[in-house]
Design a protein around this ligand. Structure first.
Ligand code: AVJ
Length: 319
């Protein structure tokens, strides 16, 4: 099928060499770690989509509920004639509900997962022929140049899904500072942030009964086999996820359930039983905590929407 005229794709996808370098560096330190951005190859993005449908995983459906319930108010806050930039373009439903009320001239989705990005951005270009879709496959945790957009359009950055929770407290300031520059005067940041809550609820969300989160976590090992030719025994690693209340974060690990070894790129990494690889942190915030953090880098909180159960929040910020 030919691509629609209002669609373009910029491919700044990280090379396999970047994955290899970060895996080797992360396995060489103690405790061992692999950054969560490497979950999202084609299979990982599919597994993540499956997570969002699990009954225990409340964030996605709660955020969609907030965007729908407050769509008109959100559109008024964000203003019309905007260029809409989406970081980590995830769920189609979220962005479509925003596009329906915002009707921007341009939509710029950024995502690290190429196939996922292309499929979703192409679908949007076809369904919204008046919107210019400029998709960029990129690791947005590093500095890069945005594709050109009309200078007069005021900019809205949409950062859904509480992906901001993946950043360490120190790094989150750098990220928000960079986003503030992208938003600019007159622009807005609309960001979804998962809330602190009963640990039992959090633990359940990252330990779904169907085992989808476990498969998502272990996919990074499969990816090492597929892309780096690693030799390892997947079944020697089990999924561990728990809420660390003092640090306010979910931690995910791949823990060796027996002594085992990973060979990759000519190097050998031995694991004692119980030793693990730290694969993800997902920080949770209270609305006030997040507003204070954003204020540190110059954001003003205009409005925060939360659901009745206080599970999830959507913040509208300006610089
Ligand atoms: C996409 C980072 C927001 O932390 O909830 C879901 C990723 N990891 N289940 C999250 C994830 C395990 C998700 N974020």
């Amino acid at each position: 099928m030919t691509e629609p005229a209002n669609f373009e794709l910029h491919d700044l996808k990280p090379a396999v060499a970047d994955f290899r370098r970060e895996v080797l560096a992360g396995l060489a330190v103690s405790p061992r770690r692999i950054p969560p951005k490497f979950f999202y190859d084609a299979e990982g993005s599919q597994l993540f989509d499956a997570i969002t449908c699990q009954p225990e995983y409340y964030p996605t459906r709660t955020e969609i509920g907030l965007l729908r319930a407050h769509g008109r108010e959100i559109a008024e806050r964000l203003g019309r004639q905007a260029a809409l930039i989406e970081l980590g373009s995830g769920s189609d439903i979220k962005i479509r509900s925003l596009l329906d009320v915002l009707r921007p001239a341009e939509y710029l989705p950024l995502d690290i997962s190429l196939t996922h990005l292309r499929d979703s951005a192409l679908g949007i270009a076809r369904d919204y022929p008046q919107i210019r879709v400029r998709a960029t496959c990129v690791d947005y945790t590093r500095q890069f140049a945005l594709p050109p957009m009309s200078p007069e359009a005021h900019r809205v950055v949409f950062y859904p899904g509480s992906s901001v929770g993946n950043f360490e407290p120190d790094d989150v300031r750098d990220l928000l500072r960079w986003v503030a520059g992208m938003v600019g005067p007159g622009g807005r940041l609309l960001i979804g942030v998962d809330l602190k809550k009963d640990p039992a609820r959090l633990n359940a969300a990252y330990n779904d009964a169907a085992g989808v989160t476990a498969a998502f976590n272990r996919n990074v090992l499969k990816r090492m086999v597929r892309e780096l030719g690693a030799q390892l025994v997947i079944d020697d690693f089990v999924h561990r996820a728990f809420y660390h209340e003092a640090l306010g974060r979910i931690e995910m690990h791949l823990q060796a359930c027996r002594p085992t070894r990973i060979q990759v790129a000519g190097q050998i990494f031995d694991f004692a039983e119980g030793e693990g690889i730290h694969t993800e942190n997902s920080y949770k915030y209270s609305p006030a905590q997040f507003a204070a953090l954003a204020a540190e880098v110059g954001f003003v909180t205009e409005q925060v929407w939360c659901d009745a159960e206080q599970l999830f929040s959507v913040h509208c910020l300006r610089v």
